[in-house]
Design a binder for this molecule. Structure first.
Ligand SMILES: Nc1ncnc2c1ncn2[C@@H]1O[C@H](COP(=O)(O)OP(=O)(O)OP(=O)(O)O)[C@@H](O)[C@H]1O
Length: 300
């Protein structure tokens, strides 16, 4: 029998007359990274805050680590780590003082893990935005939480810091930590998530295992139509072929390998060069656009 770390059914959240979350179901299993994605204002932060116990739902059932996170917040506080979108640290404290205030101890290793060891004696107000974000993560994981909430953890980080953050998140997953992540960087979710939900206007538009969600969308082949060729001279493909005004041909197909083989055999036989040829399975960005456009996407 499944024993999810997070179990949410028919969750609704209101701000006065406005219902920001309108019937959301979610399950997160132990040890997985669950990405909560969505357009601006879709309701991600509201759902996260409800899971963190910071907000009572208007309706629905919410269980986190087996308890109601709002009513029994004290029971789960020691077992969860939270990295909020914005943190308000005392600006005059040094990094080392802040970590000790958070939790007694030396914490050199935790700071080194996120390349902050050399900044131990620097005041928080002197840190760069990226360093503050990394300090947020250090504090969130200091108590070795079973369940970690990461709300846009890499916003404002340079590519190297982002990679380092991902490495730390992967290490935490390998140690068995369950992670709930919100992010606007879809490649981040695609790289880290086992399962995901995409919220749109307060409801779940797509949910499921990452591999299933990606497989439910058609793959794409695109290339520049060779000069002087009419699109009708292309070989017959199983996918839908669109000739863009830019001269690019865009094929959406459920048989990527077959259609690519047909196309390449035709190009070789007739001596055509397929300039800027790209062939790839659907990305999370494709799924996101489909969800946003209200197109039906399979929920696994
Ligand atoms: N305190 C509040 N009072 C009234 N409306 C609010 C409040 N907080 C959020 N909302 C509204 O609820 C909706 C959901 O907001 P929420 O912050 O949960 O979305 P989000 O998906 O996290 O957005 P973003 O990606 O922009 O952070 C939005 O329409 C927002 O304007």
């Amino acid at each position: 029998m499944r024993n999810p770390v997070i179990d949410v059914a028919a969750l609704r959240c209101r701000y006065g007359d406005f219902e920001a979350v309108r019937g959301v179901d979610l399950e997160v299993d132990q040890g997985e990274l669950f990405a909560l994605l969505g357009t601006n204002g879709a309701g991600k932060t509201t759902v996260m805050e409800t899971l963190e116990g910071l907000r009572a739902p208007s309706a629905g059932r919410v269980r986190v680590l087996g308890v109601d996170p709002h009513r029994d917040r004290a029971a789960i506080r020691a077992r969860t780590g939270i990295m909020l979108q914005e943190s308000g640290f005392p600006a005059e404290l040094t990094v080392a003082e802040m970590t000790r205030l958070w939790r007694p101890g030396d914490h050199r290793e935790a700071l080194d893990r996120l390349d902050l060891g050399h900044r131990r004696d620097v005041r928080i107000k002197q840190l760069s935005g990226g360093e503050r974000r990394r300090l947020d993560l250090v504090l969130a994981v200091l108590g070795r939480p079973e369940l970690l909430f990461l709300d846009e953890p890499t916003t404002g980080l340079d590519p190297e810091s982002r990679q380092r953050t991902w490495e730390v998140v992967r290490e935490l997953l390998a140690e068995g930590t369950t992670v709930v992540l919100t992010t606007h960087y879809l490649e981040e979710a695609e790289s880290l998530a086992h399962r995901l939900a995409i919220l749109h206007e307060g409801v779940v538009a797509v949910s499921g295992a990452l591999v299933d969600v990606l497989a439910a969308q058609p793959a794409r082949i695109s290339f520049d139509l060779p000069d002087r060729l009419d699109v009708r001279s292309l070989p017959i493909l199983t996918g839908d072929v669109v000739h863009e005004p830019s001269g690019r041909v865009d094929v959406r197909t459920r048989n990527l390998q077959d259609d690519l083989e047909t196309l390449l055999a035709w190009a070789r036989r007739d001596g055509h060069a397929l300039v800027r040829l790209r062939a790839h399975h659907a990305s999370l960005e494709d799924v996101f656009h489909a969800a946003r456009a209200g197109r039906q996407v399979v929920a696994a």
